[in-house]
Design a protein around this ligand. Structure first.
Ligand SMILES: CC(C)(COP(=O)(O)OP(=O)(O)OC[C@H]1O[C@@H](n2cnc3c(N)ncnc32)[C@H](O)[C@@H]1OP(=O)(O)O)[C@@H](O)C(=O)NCCC(=O)NCCS
Length: 246
């Protein structure tokens, strides 16, 4: 697979296996610490999804790095963000993973900080409590919407904020109320403001690709005007157009 060019982000969407235990092949791709982590999941489904996701991510990264999937080494930031380590870190590839409701989303770029989030729309009992953690401008935008639009707006905001937090995940921690994202229906995804960093919205791209019905997805990349390319690891041909909604 060719490396992402400047300002480009490659996106991969993958259903995670359901109902079947990960096979020996998937387990054998994982590093010792990943196997240990897998064994700590109490629910078999969570364990199965973790192994399916990590082995898939390794396979996709292997197609870029041209080394065996099992040979890829990860290191983790103090906040837990996985990054390439060892020889493959020299490639400059950065990546981030999100999973929700049996799907995984992987974003890959070169030399850019990035974060990704995927959220299945679901009922959340304490949604208002969570909205209170949003910025004042976001809360105003949220409550100005008719009630029937608020669930989707909540997950738009959540996924955009989370993607940004995850992009920053190897460095500073930023309080949720200290930055504003767009959230209204039909409003383009945007990082609108960051407290004490007026230039930041110009440095970042926040995108919300429409990937799956009933889900919100967001990608944050520290570069202006990034381009998202939807790729398929089943076929090396990049589609460069929205994936079919499921
Ligand atoms: C990891 C974290 C950053 C996201 O968790 P999440 O939304 O439950 O999970 P996602 O599926 O989107 O992402 C998990 C993946 O992100 C990666 N990840 C872990 N820590 C990370 C970090 N600090 N930064 C970026 N990515 C991270 C890992 O690859 C992980 O996948 P893994 O389980 O296979 O290792 C979470 O620890 C967190 O603290 N989130 C902030 C919570 C919050 O207040 N959100 C409100 C948004 S409005």
């Amino acid at each position: 697979m060719r490396f992402p060019v400047e300002r480009e982000v490659h996106l991969y969407l993958q259903p995670l296996a359901q109902g079947t235990m990960p096979g020996h092949r998937e387990w054998s791709l994982l590093a010792g610490d990943e196997r240990l982590r897998a064994s700590t999941f109490r629910r078999a489904l969570d364990r199965q999804r973790y192994v399916a996701c990590r082995s898939w991510v390794r396979n996709v990264l292997s197609s870029y790095l041209e080394i065996p999937a099992a040979a890829i080494q990860f290191r983790y930031s103090s906040a837990g963000k996985p990054q390439l380590s060892g020889e493959s870190a020299r490639s400059g590839l950065s990546f981030n993973i999100s999973h929700s409701g049996g799907w995984a989303l992987l974003a890959i770029a070169c030399g850019l900080r990035l974060g990704v989030d995927l959220e299945r729309h679901r009922a959340i009992d304490d949604r208002d409590l969570l909205v209170r953690r949003f910025s004042p401008a976001e809360q105003r935008a949220y409550y100005s919407l008719p009630p029937e639009d608020r669930l989707a707006a909540f997950f738009s905001a959540w996924s955009r904020k989370e993607a940004f937090i995850k992009a920053c995940g190897d460095g500073f921690a930023i309080p949720l109320a200290d930055f504003d994202v767009s959230l209204g229906p039909g409003e383009a995804a945007a990082l609108l403001a960051i407290k004490q960093d007026e230039q930041a919205p110009r440095r970042w791209t926040l995108a919300a690709p429409d990937l799956l019905a009933g889900y919100s997805a967001a990608v944050a990349i520290e570069v202006p005007q990034a381009t998202l390319v939807l790729c398929s690891d089943a076929s090396p041909t990049e589609r460069g157009q929205p994936a079919p909604r499921q």
